[in-house]
Design a protein around this ligand. Structure first.
Ligand code: DP6
Length: 323
């Protein structure tokens, strides 16, 4: 017997970042986070639950993942689906990304979200996106936010079970049509320290982490309000400060780590001076620059002069869907 479904899910970029966990098995975060789903970065995943398989198999862009990689990401999601389905049936996952994986562009988030969305359909479980966000979260924290389109909040929750740590769409994809996210790719090499082990290091060693958690708590509603009222300058400022705050605790970790490079810092300086855009960086050197459509040409010009390998333009996108 074979049960099959295929889905596409968007990548997302965090404005309020997730960096640190209170539970590693369930990926329960230390703080709530907020992201934007992106319309031109996505992953397409086909899931086939097949009784003749004796283990889960994952192929990304035709490349087979080793057992450890399967177990730590997709395998966690598939195990949860087997529990819910009540039957031990393994799956083959074939994913394709339309962007370089492991260049800090959240390919695992989109991939896990697409896998989760497709599995629900293949097994006929009929779970809501909110329920699915809790399953995707177990595979990779940031993946839970790719379960929705638009502007998405991941509630950190307080329960040990993780039942109150789920996502919700707080503003729909068409809420702020003039807002653009320009991504400059400076390099496509794999990052040295994964987000997973990097945030573990920070949580264990950074003494500034306590201040960062306070900062997130104090400013979260301000971020939501800046988006609600489409207050561009406030939104840009808070986006940059939240990125800086995460990279500050990363630099404060021991042994030391740093995901940014010389070009990243050039971007930070130029954008701050420009005054009409806001940058944010995940665990990699490539900036996401938020800007209003009317000002985007100036940013594009700067990024070309700086020497970007690739420039990707995104709008706020929709959530996952079946194909
Ligand atoms: C810098 O979701 O990749 O992108 O939960 O261990 O799989 P795990 O980590 P992951 O971390 C993402 C960190 C980040 C910030 C963010 O997306 O909020």
């Amino acid at each position: 017997m074979k049960l099959e479904a295929e889905a596409i899910a968007p990548s997302n970029i965090a404005i309020v970042k997730y960096w640190g966990k209170r539970d590693k098995e369930l990926n329960l975060p230390l703080n709530s986070s907020l992201s934007v789903s992106l319309d031109s970065l996505w992953v397409r995943s086909k899931v086939t639950f097949d009784e003749s398989l004796d283990r889960d198999e994952v192929l990304i862009n035709g490349k087979r993942l080793d057992e450890r990689e399967v177990n730590e990401y997709a395998g966690r999601v598939l195990r949860r689906f087997r529990e819910l389905y009540g039957k031990s049936i393994f799956a083959r996952i074939e994913s394709t990304t339309n962007f370089p994986s492991s260049a800090g562009l959240a390919s695992s988030a989109a991939g896990i979200a697409a896998l989760t969305f497709a599995s629900n359909s293949a097994l006929g479980l009929g779970l809501s996106n909110r329920e699915l966000s809790k399953i995707a979260r177990i595979g990779s924290g940031s993946a839970c936010r790719s379960m929705f389109g638009g502007f998405v909040k991941w509630n950190k929750g307080d329960l040990d079970s993780g039942e109150d740590s789920f996502c919700e769409e707080i503003f729909p994809p068409n809420h702020w049509p003039e807002l653009v996210d320009i991504i400059a790719i400076f390099g496509e090499e794999k990052k040295k320290v994964s987000s997973r082990s990097g945030m573990e290091n920070t949580t264990a060693t950074s003494s500034l982490m306590k201040c960062r958690l306070e900062f997130v708590k104090e400013t979260f509603e301000e971020v939501v309000n800046a988006i609600r009222t489409r207050n561009a300058s406030k939104f840009f400022e808070l986006t940059m400060r939240h990125s800086n705050s995460m990279h500050a605790v990363i630099l404060d970790s021991w042994p030391p780590m740093n995901y940014l490079n010389e070009k990243s810092f050039r971007v930070m300086e130029w954008i701050a001076e420009f005054g009409k855009a806001g940058y944010t960086f995940d665990a990699g050197p490539n900036p996401h620059i938020f800007v209003l459509e009317k000002d985007m040409d100036e940013v594009m010009k700067f990024l070309k002069e700086l020497g970007s390998v690739k420039i990707l333009v995104n709008r706020v996108g929709k959530g996952p869907y079946l194909v």
